[in-house]
Design a protein around this ligand. Sequence first.
Ligand code: ADP
Ligand code: F6P
Length: 326
Amino acid sequence: MAKEINTIGVLTSGGDAPGMNAAIRAVVRRAIHNGKKVKGIKRGYAGLLDEEIIDMDRFSVSDIISRGGTILQTARCLEFKEDEYQQKGADICKKHGIDGLVVIGGDGSFKGAQKLAAKGINTIGVPGTIDLDIACTEYTIGFDTAVNTAMEAIDKIRDTSSSHDRCSIVEVMGRGAGYIALWCAIANGAEDVLLPERFDFDEQQIVNHLIAGQKLGRNNHIIINAEGIGHSASLAKRIEAATGVETRATILGHMQRGGSPTCKDRVYAATMGARAVDLLCDGKSNRVVGYRHGEFVDFDIDEALAMQKDLDEYQIELAKSLTTTR
Ligand code: ADP
Ligand code: F6P
């Protein structure tokens, strides 16, 4: 029979995402509801190695559900990729009586969770990243808020762009993942979108598209550029030189990662955090919570990490076909 869990630890790792606090709150309160003790580990795996571990009670997570960021803070800790530090992390968990651990983060964080599980700490991953780039799940904590933040910003840029007959290049987050860019392309009705997964775009086609739009009487042109493609300022200069249309670049940056989470991010994050605790209480380990086909589910971490994900070709085609000039 699986050993009963007494104390559950929780940490956030990798880039922060709106809704992480809702997940932390759910972990803490669900665990206490199930009769467990809870310890918060600050600053991800870096804080674990530094033993930045705090006791948490119901009141530690009061009034945080509406706040962006993560009250536990987060970090990127390169040394945790090495076995020596993973063993140190597992030993520190044991020293503090942490026999179950919830890791809220992305694929990288799940690799750390997988290693801790292999070293005897029952560990469950909860998908937290604004990038939506975790293969086993159609939902990740923070994407909904981030994409809405980007969408609202792009609407504002469209207003001023049309007043000045300009072309605007708006760079959104996503170094390796174009989900925010693609969703905004559809939601903002952008004329063009550049995606890191399809980096071999044809710049001349964008120029031709802008000129075709002008001929049809369009007074603005929005190009959404993902961070992974980058170089928005130099692209703006080249487009202006090739078309004669005044072109401005705006990099939205980290404002997309902050802010109060949407209702969806609060509810889904709360559900996933609670499910992670339920899995630990059922004696499960090395699993990751996900959302697929309208249901909350969980997968073995090894299987989840082996899954592949790509942008939806239909959505890419849709974004193109709904513009005025195609
Ligand atoms: P995300 O979790 O959002 O994918 P990162 O890729 O930056 O973000 O990973 C977050 C942290 O997870 C890293 O800083 C590191 O501490 C840990 N991590 C990443 N890859 C591994 C790995 N292969 N083994 C153990 N830990 C890892
Ligand atoms: O958390 C995901 C993400 O925001 C990516 O979209 C982006 O490429 C990266 O993190 C930026 O990370 P940093 O915090 O190092 O600027």
